[in-house]
Design a protein around this ligand. Structure first.
Ligand code: PMP
Length: 430
């Protein structure tokens, strides 16, 4: 066996080791070396406005997070089977951000682990296996989650116990009657899914949804729909799981948790991505009865989850959200940027509308709501990279420009983003 000749570029070495399929953004990949706030610096010392990354929630390399991790790492890092204040302090602070009743937490290391555990709790509690998810969604990379994935390519077929329903998108200028009709149709689909799960012996264990429907392309889902789903699923004996991996920690601006936009209190809430500002930490929040029931029947152990360093990172994130008033910032800057984006929609025939909430916003690219233009969306993302602004695209047709910057994004950053977008759209024409 002759070892492969050493590749000379980083790109070749990456491909040789991580494999040619390992995802990489851009035709000309960006080689990043450092980050600061909403800025990323590349290997040539060029700065890029980061309007894409939501994991560095309070900004890249926030000094308070760096310091908290560094200090704790120098003192103690260990699993959770000994008494240590760090994790308990954090659990108290985190749970204080939820409604009474949601008063227990299990720690994990990722969004996938959180969803996997939430599904397990729901299955055991209900004695059912059936699941309702939104069509074209993504919730993680385990086998159980691959079996309910329709928003990404996976080889696992949709589980026989899974029904993927299409959520209503009431973004357009619809009459009241048309709205009511869409809502009725969408809820009828949920009723049908429940009937089918019941008839096939799966029953309903849970409905799992991302309150922003981010992979789905940020449709405008009315609160009556989520309330209706919760009512129907609970009537069938199932639980409600809100996946806050994308929508949590103030991202939506109007509330700390995305599900609060709908005035529905879930039985289980799953957390990940922004929780540790890049340090891998996640959680499942639930009620004391569900937590106790699961705890009585399972010895759940997770080596790295909730270790003191994770707790230190996550504590710093919560403190910063509060001290820097990032929820209010997400609301104000989100509204500001959507106003600016609307002026672009008004000017260009190939933009359909503005999407999203808080600091997760999008622009739908297409010549009409039924004629998406993924080619143009791709071109805009690539052009923005040459103008040193990072955005992406998402959705069923890959035609919604996706922007979800760190929450320290200011109106000045928004101006810069829109200025560059304006240039791009002008270059493309129309
Ligand atoms: N849920 C949602 C809504 C997600 O967007 C993701 C990741 N994109 C996950 C869960 C999975 O999280 P992780 O990659 O941390 O496992």
């Amino acid at each position: 066996h002759t070892p492969a000749a050493p590749a000379d570029s980083l790109l070749e070495r990456r491909s040789a080791t991580l494999g040619p399929h390992a995802m990489l953004f851009y035709t000309s990949p960006l080689h990043v070396v450092s980050g600061n706030g909403v800025w990323l610096r590349d290997v040539d010392g060029e700065d890029y406005l980061d309007a894409y990354n939501n994991v560095p929630h309070v900004g890249h390399c926030h000094p308070r997070v760096v310091d908290a991790v560094h200090t704790q790492l120098g003192r103690l890092n260990i699993h959770t089977r000994y008494l240590n204040e760090r994790i308990v302090d954090y659990a108290e602070s985190l749970l204080a951000t939820f409604e009474p009743g949601l008063d227990r937490v299990f720690f994990t290391n990722s969004g996938s682990e959180s969803n996997e555990l939430a599904l397990r709790i729901a299955r055991q509690h209900t004695g059912n296996t059936g699941l309702i998810v939104s069509d074209f969604s993504y919730h993680g990379n385990t086998i159980a989650l691959a079996e309910l994935t329709t928003g990404l390519t996976v080889k696992e077929p949709l589980g026989r116990h899974v029904r993927a329903v299409r959520v209503p998108d009431l973004a357009g200028p619809l009459t009241e009657a048309a709205r009511a009709d869409e809502l009725d149709k969408a809820l009828a689909e949920v009723e049908k899914a429940i009937a089918s799960l019941t008839a096939t012996g799966h029953g309903v264990s849970a409905a799992l949804f991302d309150p922003l429907f981010s992979t789905e392309g940020l449709p405008w889902v009315p609160r009556e729909y989520i309330q209706g789903v919760a009512r129907l699923v609970r009537a069938a004996g199932g639980l409600v799981i809100a996946d806050e991996v994308q929508s949590g920690f103030g991202r939506v601006g109007s509330s700390m948790w995305g599900y609060q936009m709908y005035d529905v209190t879930p039985d289980l809430v799953t957390l990940g991505k922004p929780m540790g500002n890049g340090h891998p930490v996640g959680a499942v929040i639930t009620t004391a009865p569900l937590s106790d029931e699961f705890g009585a029947n399972n010895l759940y152990f997770n080596t790295f989850a909730g270790n003191p360093v994770s707790a230190a990172a996550a504590t710093a994130v919560l403190d910063i959200i509060e001290d820097e008033q990032l929820l209010a910032n997400a609301r104000a800057v989100g509204e500001y940027v959507r106003g600016l984006l609307q002026t672009l929609v008004d000017r260009h025939d190939f933009l359909v509308g503005v999407r999203g909430r808080g600091l997760f916003f999008g622009l739908e690219v297409g010549t009409s709501p039924t004629d998406p233009r993924p080619d143009l969306a791709k071109e805009i993302v690539e052009r923005m990279r040459t103008k040193k602004v990072l955005i992406s695209k998402v959705g069923r047709d890959d035609s919604v420009l996706k922007m979800r910057p760190p929450l320290v994004f200011s109106t000045a950053h928004a101006d810069l983003l829109v200025e560059r977008l304006t240039e791009c759209l002008g270059e493309i024409g129309g």
